[in-house]
Design a protein around this ligand. Structure first.
Ligand SMILES: Nc1nc2c(ncn2[C@@H]2O[C@H](COP(=O)(O)OP(=O)(O)OP(=O)(O)O)[C@@H](O)[C@H]2O)c(=O)[nH]1
Ligand SMILES: [Mg+2]
Length: 372
C-alpha cells in the first residue's frame, strides 16, 4: 500500500497529482483544510491536505504493479436483503426510519459542535504553535475579556491587534554597547560563535583593537575553539582560571578598544553553577553582560532561563538560531519576562555574516512569518 499526502489549493489540483503519481486506482482516504504558518497565515487562504492511497503487490523494473480488484459477490448479498425486506411489516419499517432519523440528527449535531470546537481552537492553536508562553496567552484572554470578546471565538484581527500592541509596549531593542562585553547563557546556544561574529566585524570592518578572554575552562575544547577564531583574526586570547584573576586579565588588555569575554554554558536549573558564574562577573565593573538565548528553546525553558539569570544579572539579550525555527513566540516571551532590550539576532552558523543588530522591523517580520 502506498499512502501519500498532498497539500494543494483545491480538489482539482489534488486529483491531477494523485492520478499522475498513484494512477487511476488510487482512492482518497481523507481531506482537510490546513492553515499556513506564522501569524500572517491566519489571513491567507487555507490549503487542502489530501491523503490518497493505492495498493501495491510487487515492484519490478517497469514500476509499480497494482493488484487486480475483485469486487465481492454482491448479487448474493442483495438477494438476501430483498427476501428479508419483504418479510418486514410497515410498522417495523416506520420504526426503523425513526431510528435512522434520530441517528442522522445526532450526527449532524455532533459534527456542528466539532466544527465549532475546531473554530474555537484556532486562535489558541496559533498561539501555541508560535510558542507563546502561557502568560502571554493568559494576557490575550484578559485582553479579549476587557473588550467583551470570547477569547476562543475572537477573530484573527483581534489577535493581530493584541500582538502589535504588546510587541510595541513590551519588546525593546537596543545595542547596549560596552567596551568590555561578556556573553553568558545556557550550553550550546551560540555564545562563542556570537563572539566570533561580533569580534570579526569589529576587527575587520571597524578596525578596532580586540582582546579575547575566556573563563570557559570547564568544557574540553572550549579554549581551543576561541583560539581558532583569535588566530584567524590575529587577536590575542587570555585564559582565566579563577574569578580573582579576571580583573588582571582585563587590565592587561588596557590598550584594546574592545574586550570580549566568553563563558561556560550553564543550565538555568543549576543554581550552584550560576552562582559560580556570578562570582566571576562580580569581580568586574563597567562590564556589559549579554544573555545569549536560542530561539529553538521552548517557551517555558526560555522564560525560566531569563528568570534564573536575573540573579546573575544581565544588560541585554542576544537571540540566536532564528534560522532553525518557524516559531517566533520567544520574541514576545522575552518582552514579558524582562525589560532588558534585545541587542542582536543570529540566524546561522556563518562567521561573521549571520548576525544583525536587532530592529523592531525585523523582529516583527519573524513574528508575522515573513522570514522563511
Ligand atoms: N543554526 C544556527 N546555529 C548556530 C547559531 N549560532 C551558533 N550556532 C551553532 O551552534 C553550535 C554551538 O555554538 P557555540 O558557539 O559553540 O555555542 P556556545 O554557547 O558557546 O556553547 P558552549 O560553550 O558549549 O555552552 C555550533 O554548531 C554553532 O555553529 C545560529 O544563529 N544558527
Ligand atoms: Mg562556547
Amino acid at each position: 500500500m502506498i499512502i501519500k499526502n498532498y497539500v494543494v489549493n483545491d480538489m482539482y489540483e489534488a486529483m491531477v497529482l494523485i492520478k499522475k503519481e498513484l494512477g487511476n486506482d488510487a482512492v482518497i482516504v481523507s481531506k482537510r483544510e490546513v492553515r499556513q504558518k506564522g501569524l500572517a497565515g491566519l489571513f491567507k487562504k487555507k490549503k487542502l491536505e489530501v491523503t490518497a492511497a493505492t495498493e501495491v503487490i510487487s515492484q519490478n523494473g517497469n514500476g509499480i504493479a497494482k493488484r487486480n480488484y475483485n469486487p465481492p459477490p454482491q448479487q448474493e448479498v442483495i438477494k438476501e436483503a430483498a427476501v428479508h425486506q419483504e418479510s418486514r411489516t410497515t410498522e417495523e419499517l416506520k420504526e426503523e426510519m425513526q431510528q435512522i432519523k434520530s441517528i442522522v440528527q445526532m450526527l449532524v449535531e455532533k459534527s456542528d459542535s466539532r466544527l465549532e470546537k475546531e473554530k474555537e481552537a484556532t486562535i489558541k492553536d496559533v498561539m501555541i504553535e508560535m510558542d507563546f508562553h502561557p502568560v502571554v496567552i493568559d494576557d490575550f484572554e484578559q485582553y479579549c475579556k476587557k473588550r467583551s470578546l470570547k477569547p476562543d471565538t475572537a477573530d484573527n484581527t483581534v489577535l493581530s491587534e493584541f500582538v502589535m500592541d504588546r510587541f510595541d509596549r513590551k519588546v525593546r531593542v537596543e545595542d547596549v554597547g560596552g567596551r568590555i562585553k561578556t556573553f553568558i547563557g545556557p550550553t550550546g546556544v551560540g555564545k562563542t560563535t556570537t563572539i566570533a561574529k561580533l569580534a570579526s566585524n569589529e576587527a575587520l570592518v571597524n578596525q578596532k583593537k580586540i582582546g579575547l578572554i575566556t573563563i570557559d575552562t570547564y568544557r574540553i575544547g572550549a579554549v581551543e575553539q576561541l583560539k581558532i577564531y583569535a588566530n584567524i583574526l590575529g587577536v590575542p586570547v587570555k585564559v582565566v582560571f579563577s574569578p580573582e584573576d579576571l580583573p588582571d586579565a582585563i587590565e592587561q588588555f588596557n590598550d584594546k578598544d574592545l574586550i570580549f569575554i566568553d563563558s561556560t554554558g550553564r543550565s538555568h536549573k543549576n543554581i550552584h553553577q550560576l552562582n559560580e558564574l556570578k562570582s566571576y562577573l562580580d569581580q568586574c565593573s563597567n562590564i556589559k553582560i549579554y544573555l545569549v538565548s536560542s530561539m529553538v528553546t521552548k517557551n517555558v525553558d526560555f522564560a525560566r532561563t531569563i528568570e534564573n539569570y536575573k540573579n546573575v544579572g544581565f544588560d541585554s539579550l542576544i537571540l540566536t538560531k532564528f534560522d532553525e525555527t518557524y516559531s517566533a513566540g520567544n520574541i514576545m516571551n522575552a518582552g514579558y519576562f524582562t525589560d532588558k532590550p534585545i541587542s542582536f539576532i543570529c540566524k546561522g552558523q556563518v562567521v561573521p555574516d549571520d548576525i544583525e543588530v536587532a530592529s523592531k522591523e525585523t523582529l516583527l517580520k519573524y513574528i508575522w512569518g515573513e522570514v522563511k
